[in-house]
Design a binder for this molecule. Sequence first.
Ligand SMILES: Cc1cc2nc3c(=O)[nH]c(=O)nc-3n(C[C@H](O)[C@H](O)[C@H](O)COP(=O)(O)O)c2cc1C
Length: 334
Amino acid sequence: MAGYTDAAMRRACRCQGAALCHTEMTNDLGLLRADSKTWQLLETFDDEAPCVAHLYGSNPDSLAEAAARVAATGRFAGIDLNAGCPVRKITACGAGAALIHDPQRIHDILSAMRKCVTLPLTIKTRLGPRPDAVMIFEILAAAESAGVDALTLHARFTSQGHGGLPDLNLLAETKRRARIPVIGNGGVRTVQDARRMLAETGVDALMIARAALGNPWIFGEISAALAGGAAPDLAANADGHRDLGEISAAIESHMADTRALFEQTNTHQGVTPSAAESDAHLVAVFRCHLFRYLRGLKGSSYLRGRLHMLNSLADIRAAVAACLERESEYRSRQ
Ligand SMILES: Cc1cc2nc3c(=O)[nH]c(=O)nc-3n(C[C@H](O)[C@H](O)[C@H](O)COP(=O)(O)O)c2cc1C
């Protein structure tokens, strides 16, 4: 997820059982220009594996060249092409969901990438632009004939954005027709959702996006339940089931990793940030995760309206402590 799944978040998810993580969406042309901000999106921790580099673009040659350069870093387990992002800035350049209209172009891009990388090559796409224009079967055929290793299907149409129900029937039909593994995505928030998608579609694996925000435990909990363990209620913190110490520890380690990532990235660019710069970066980046971790706890809605007023690490820690204390008092009265 652009803006979220940096190495710090990926580490949180991996530690809690995510089997495979993807980088943020990264532009081919930025990589080829050696733009430092673009390469920063592909920063990984040394102990990070497996991680897939998630690329976007619209031109077969530049995507192939970018994929080759990314593969040459030796840090990635695979290369994934984005053919589903509906954001206007991306589609206006012919990338992301704009590719859904043109399976031949998808084929050309993936064939060019295939020639340049031996790593597993995958595509993430959607059902089609609109419910009256199902394109996934053509896209699947294009990907397969280009030699792609797996396809992730966000089982919604571009017109749905991230809302509305995923279409499990079309996901099932895609899986039935596929000769390559299909990873199902869209709307998996609970063990029940996971069981339902697997049972109704037969997909080979599940991809979870939004439900992991502030809730990295979802991966381990779903895996445990699917392996035959108990099925906990995964409605994040909403029911007050998550241990508050666990939430606090997760926030602290995610913050420490965010800082470490910033320092590592700067070091790679020959810069040593001051402690104040590291703090400022941490606060700016972590605000968007903070509310997710505290969502559903007493006092979190109050905090939500005041996130912009958290300007230092001390402010964040004080806000977390106040929220957890309120929740703890509330739970003790139950
Ligand atoms: C903030 C945000 C950023 C996203 N960025 C990407 C992206 O860069 N690449 C991508 O393929 N999908 C992206 N997505 C879509 C998700 O990967 C996923 O397909 C979608 O949210 C449905 O899955 P979910 O219901 O588990 O969230 C993003 C979604 C959100 C909410």
